[in-house]
Design a protein around this ligand. Structure first.
Ligand code: KG4
Ligand code: ZN
Length: 359
C-alpha cells in the first residue's frame, strides 16, 4: 500500500511517501521519499513552540517538502502521484493552528487526487515508530505497555491490540520533555533542552561519582500511575536562586534533574509492569524523550527484572516527530479495517485528542 504521510502537530514539518506491505506485527516498510524540517531554531527565543509561528512555517514548508519527497521517490508527474492509495495526516494531539495547516493541505491534495485522507493520532504514531527497522525475524507482540514521553505528553498506555489503547496514567501538569526544556532554559541552554541537559549530565557523571544536589521525585510512591513534573522544575528554580552558578554547578544540576525525572519514569513503569499488566508481552518506550541515553540505560535494569518482556524503543532517527510513523499507523488502520479506504470523512484538528479514543 502506498501512503503519503504528513505531520505538522508541533514544530516539525514532515512528509513521507511509503510503500508498506505485510503483517501488522512486522510490516515491510519501504521509504520512497522522506523530508523533514525542524523549526526549533526559530522557536528558540520563545523557549518553546510559538503556535502561530509554527502554523506560518508549516504553510510555507509543506509544498516545498512535498516536492522534495516526490523528487526523492522519483515521482515526476501527477500520474505517479495517482498511484498512492491514501493520504495520512496527524489530527491530534498537538497545537491546533499547526494541526489545521496540515489537515487543510492534506484535504486539498486529497480532493485534487481523489484520494481518501485518514486522520491519525500522533501518539499512536510514536507507539508504532518501533515497527520501523525492526529485525525481520521479530514481531511486535501485544498486549504491550507503552511509556510515551514527549514534549507534550507523559503517559503510560496499555496497548491491548492494534488501535485499542487504555491510558493507565498520565502527567497532571508538565510533560517530562517540557520539564527538560524549562529546566534547560533556567540553565541558559537553548531549546529544545532535552539533548542539552543530557550532554551536561553526562559531563558530570564522567567527572564524579556523587553530587551534592538532591531533588524531589514527585509522585514516585503515589497510588496509581499518574506523573507530575512541575514540582521538580520548581525545585530546580529555587535551588538555582541561591546557588553560585558555575559550569560545574550547572552540569551537576542537569544530572540531578535527569536522575530525578528518569527515576520517576522508570519506577512507575516498573510498578505498572508488576501490578497492572500481568499479560503484557512488550514494553514500548517512545516519543522525543526516549532518545535520552540515561533513560535508555536505566530501562536496561527492567530488562533484567522482566526478562520475559521484550523492550522496544524506536531507532534514534525515529524518536522525534516524523511523518514515517504517521504513515505506519495509517497502514495498520487500513490493514485492520480495509473499508476505511472507501470512506470520505470530515477531518477535524483536536489539540487534546486522547490515545484511548484512537480507533
Ligand atoms: O516527540 P517529540 O519530538 O515532540 C512532541 O511530540 O512533543 O518530543 C520533543 C521533546 C522535547 O521536549 C525535547 O527536549 C525532548 O523531546 N528530547 C529529549 C531528548 N531529545 C529530545 N529529552 C531528553 N533527552 C533527550 N536526549
Ligand atoms: Zn511527538
Amino acid at each position: 500500500m502506498r501512503i503519503l504521510a504528513i505531520e505538522t502537530s508541533c514544530d516539525e514539518t514532515a512528509v513521507a511517501l511509503l510503500d508498506i506491505s505485510g503483517s501488522l506485527e512486522n510490516p515491510d516498510i519501504v521509504v520512497l521519499g522522506n523530508s523533514l524540517l525542524s523549526q526549533a531554531s526559530l522557536h528558540e527565543k520563545y523557549g518553546g513552540v510559538y503556535p502561530n509561528l509554527a502554523k506560518r512555517e508549516h504553510e510555507k514548508n509543506l509544498p516545498i517538502l512535498l516536492k522534495q519527497t516526490l523528487i526523492e521517490a522519483g515521482f515526476m508527474s501527477e500520474a505517479d502521484l495517482m498511484t498512492i492509495d491514501c493520504i495520512a495526516i496527524t489530527a491530534g494531539p498537538g497545537l491546533e493552528p499547526a494541526l489545521w495547516t496540515g489537515i487543510t493541505f492534506a484535504e486539498n491534495l486529497g480532493k485534487r487526487l481523489g484520494k481518501v485522507v485518514l486522520a491519525i493520532n500522533h501518539m499512536e504514531g510514536h507507539i508504532y515508530s518501533v515497527l520501523f527497522e525492526m529485525p525481520k525475524s521479530e514481531f511486535l507482540k501485544l498486549p504491550a505497555l507503552a511509556l510515551l514521553v514527549s514534549g507534550g505528553h507523559t503517559e503510560l498506555v496499555i496497548v491491548r491490540d492494534f488501535g485499542i489503547n487504555e491510558i493507565l496514567g498520565e502527567t497532571r501538569d508538565d510533560a517530562v520533555g517540557e520539564a527538560f526544556d524549562k529546566v534547560a532554559r533556567m540553565l541558559g541552554l537553548p531549546y529544545p533542552g532535552g539533548p542539552q541537559i543530557s550532554k551536561l549530565a553526562k559531563l558530570s557523571r564522567q567527572k564524579k561519582g556523587q553530587i551534592d544536589i538532591t531533588l524531589p521525585r514527585p509522585m514516585i510512591h503515589s497510588q496509581g500511575f499518574d506523573f507530575s513534573f512541575s514540582g521538580l522544575k520548581t525545585a530546580v528554580l529555587y535551588k538555582l536562586k541561591t546557588a553560585i552558578q558555575n559550569d560545574e554547578y550547572r552540569e551537576d544540576m542537569a544530572r540531578a534533574f535527569e536522575d530525578a525525572a528518569v527515576e520517576v519514569l522508570v519506577e512507575k513503569t516498573r510498578r505498572a509492569l508488576r501490578e497492572s499488566c500481568p499479560d503484557v508481552k512488550t514494553l514500548i518506550v517512545a516519543g522525543g524523550v526516549s532518545a535520552n541515553i540515561h533513560l535508555r540505560n536505566e530501562l536496561e535494569k527492567l530488562s533484567t527484572e522482566f526478562p520475559e518482556i521484550k523492550q522496544r524503543l524506536p531507532s534514534k532517527t525515529m524518536t522525534g516527530d516524523n511523518a514515517i510513523m504517521i504513515g505506519i499507523v495509517a497502514y495498520l488502520k487500513v490493514k485492520k479495517n480495509p473499508e476505511l479506504l472507501e470512506k470520505k470523512l470530515t477531518l477535524k484538528a483536536d489539540g487534546n485528542l486522547s490515545i484511548s479514543s484512537a480507533q
